[in-house]
Design a binder for this molecule. Sequence first.
Ligand SMILES: [Zn+2]
Length: 346
Amino acid sequence: MRALRFDGTQPVLDPAAREPVLSPGDALIRPTTVGICSTDLEICRGGTNFVGTLGHEFVGICEEVHLPPDAPASLVRRAQAVKGKRVVGAINIVCGHCDLCRTGLSTHCRHRTVLGVAGRDGCFADRFTLPVMNLHPVPDSVDDARATFAEPLASAAHAAGMLRLQGKTYVTVLGDGKLGLLCAQVMARHNPSVRLLGKHPAKYGLCDRWGIKHRHINEVGRLQDQDVVVDCTGSASGLALAMQLVRPRGKIILKSTISPLPIPPGAPVPGANHPAWATPVNLAPIVINELELIGSRCGPIPDALALLERNEVQVDQLITARYPLAKGVEALTAARSGHIKVLITI
Ligand SMILES: [Zn+2]
């Protein structure tokens, strides 16, 4: 089978990748459409330690399930609900037994792997596996292209769920990439004063269509008057700007995972005193202004499917290119250059 892999140096299309092996509780999925995320690009830049099949945003057919003989009723029920169906899935693979799993923090499982990101091959392939319990059937009214947004949209819904958005809350979303555009849409449903700050005039047209306020990042005063700032910039400068925009005792939601220093594969790691390791942001305003800084990662897939099914979030307009898997390497190159969302058809 084919798989689009990061080999430690560059992305390559492997025409003869190893077939995935199902563990008890796993499902075999044949993806039909997958989405390229900034995390995939970060991996290809050598910004993480991941080597293997890329990809974690997918919609596909659950072709096979492998249930252990002593499968609990909940697993049997989920298997019946997804087998042979069109599915999307949560990307954290968790143990279910550690202290965090047992106390409801399974997305932070101590033994977790992440589809196509950490310790587990991803979905940019003809076939891949995920635990049955991670899968959710896709409503018929949500087509494949829109369903690939379930994972990033769940992440946006999770960020919105961490906030009280109703009432006179001033919310700024920083960054007009995919995640910023999704967060702004989800949050604006609860609060029409939500505004998006970006750098790309091409994205303003989308905000206009959705009725979302927008400004260029350089056009706004640093007035420390926002109740909430959601940083989706993907850069350390986003946090610095967020601290200039948020009011004292306000909240900053960080969606950006900022690696301090991408070390090219094979390059020597700089010594501890190298300036590249220095914190690139002055964190004093957090103390002085008593700010609340909240990290936010993945969210619940069913919430995202509900938003897509009710057509409450527009995602079609975010798709700017499609490639077949055979041109997967080109798709990754394209995703790096100005596109909003690039999809790969398997
Ligand atoms: Zn666990």
